[in-house]
Design a protein around this ligand. Structure first.
Ligand code: BTN
Length: 260
């Protein structure tokens, strides 16, 4: 089982991950995180599990992961910055994961809008952000991260589009070291977002994004069309040019993307 004391012993963050709740099996770390009060789960609290029985992905999909092989965790955040910056948290998350992978392995991950991390064009990490609002607007964000670390086998429907760090670098990767590095990077990115103009974070993300200038297929509920990805806007939306020449912005909650 992932060991909480081992994580804490050499964790170099100031706040993120200092309060950790670790489980062998849980329904979903995101679902559990929602049940906690702010006193029980202050800023940067991490809920982590070796196995989820009801792991959830974006757009009502499941997140399936082999027991004890990967990283499945949620970070609880109470952002005090404006809504525009809050919408950039997925970029902070995917950059933190990509940078951590790069420093713990020899791999070169890329970021796929809005919040996936890929290696050799296959998905290695996905994120599910869930928001709770109160009278004063957004009060809490649960950032759920699923990262395939040492899993070697994937089901037939996933094999062509999902991978793990072990499958890409040929070695077992230390889950604890990787988690520590992600939490340290995430704390830095969160601070960057709260203190500096959003453009800084977006520029760093652009350097890791493969998408721009590429043809993509946009799946909008039951409707799909092809377009070219142009850039990411300051509010985190993706600027695309449709095949009939119109530019428009698409928002992460509404669509999923495929490279064509
Ligand atoms: C996606 O790419 O669709 C997002 C996947 C997010 C999976 C993680 S695993 C930890 C956390 N708990 C969940 O139930 N989901 C997220």
């Amino acid at each position: 089982m992932i060991n909480k004391d081992q994580i804490l012993s050499t964790l170099a963050s100031k706040q993120f991950g200092k309060n950790i709740l670790a489980f062998d099996t849980i329904d979903s770390t995101n679902t559990f995180a929602k049940t906690l009060t702010k006193t029980a789960a202050p800023q940067g609290t991490v809920i982590i599990a070796d196995q989820q029985t009801e792991g959830r992905g974006r757009q009502q999909r499941n997140w399936v992961s082999e027991n004890g092989m990967n990283l499945l965790f949620s970070v609880i955040l109470y952002p005090e910055f404006d809504l525009k910056k809050i919408s950039l948290l997925p970029f902070a998350g995917s950059l933190a994961v990509a940078d951590a992978i790069e420093s713990v392995t020899e791999l070169s991950p890329t970021c796929k809008w809005p919040n996936d991390v890929l290696i050799n064009n296959k998905k290695v990490c996905g994120m599910l952000l869930e928001t709770s609002s109160g009278n004063s607007g957004i009060e809490r964000i649960i950032l759920g991260i699923g990262l395939n670390v040492n899993q070697e086998e994937f089901s037939d429907d996933l094999r062509h589009k999902a991978t793990s760090l072990k499958n890409e670098c040929g070695l077992d990767v230390d889950r604890i070291r990787l988690l520590q590095k992600i939490l340290e990077e995430l704390e830095n990115r969160y601070e960057q977002l709260s203190r500096f103009p959003a453009g800084q974070l977006l520029n760093d993300w652009r350097m890791k994004a493969l998408l721009f200038g590429k043809k993509i297929t946009v799946l909008e509920s039951e409707f799909s069309f092809t377009a070219t990805a142009i850039d990411v806007a300051d509010d985190g939306s993706l600027i695309i040019q449709t095949d009939d020449g119109h530019k428009r912005n698409i928002f992460a909650g509404d669509v999923s993307l495929a490279y064509t």
